[in-house]
Design a protein around this ligand. Sequence first.
Ligand SMILES: [Zn+2]
Ligand SMILES: [Zn+2]
Length: 278
Amino acid sequence: MASRVDLHLHTTCSDGLKSPEDIIKEVKRKNLTAFAITDHDSIKGFLEARDLLGENDPELVPGLELSCSSVNGDLHILAYLFDPDSEALKSALEEFRIRRNQRGYSMVKRLNEMGIEISYEDVLEAAGTAAVGRPHVAEALARRKAVPSYNDAFQKYIGDGRPAYVPKQNFTPREAINMIHKAGGLAVLAHPMVSYAHERIEELVGLGLDGIEALHPDHKQAECDRLKVTARRFRLVWTGGSDYHGRGNRTGSVGSEKVPIDCLDEMKARVSQKRGSD
Ligand SMILES: [Zn+2]
Ligand SMILES: [Zn+2]
């Protein structure tokens, strides 16, 4: 069988249900040659996995999935093959973590002002090792029995436009792409067929985008084929992965997208070409 890779996997360090250790087990079971842990806005899972791997294990590719917002909407940008020790990367992720915590704290404050008893500690407990987000506020509210269920928390209090909602302060695509380049990595548009992100490829190419994720469980076969053509037209690399979160059937399973090792080889060639031309 030809060598395969999976370049899009989540762990408990963001919103996945599997630990980095479990992901490694799964990657080995599926006989993948290489894999990338791409947690949302954090490289903690990547660092943990790196410490667990031995010489003959599958190759772990540095990865990360950044949440981006701008007036044109939200999208996700994947970062690959960056230097994990880059100061630009470390400080950007730290700032992101602070912004997320501040947002969680502001939501708790609003809820308290509305007379709901919930503390920021409750939210941190719900978050565990993950970066604080709305799901953890919802879980804390449900645990405190302030709402009948997790979904009610969104509907009544923290969903978009609800009374305790506080907007996200994400990086813009421009900031994300610049940061990834400073860290020596490649910026790849995640799942372009989700939320109409594919309509923004040209705009993102103008900002320095290096690639697009063509293979993803949410893409139909014809869409995958079209995205590969688009990648060639804009001289981008194309990538793919299962976006595995370990939850139900929401996305694929580890290795479910047939991504050949050539993809990773092309990404590496592009990185060395860029570093050489700096
Ligand atoms: Zn995503
Ligand atoms: Zn993802």
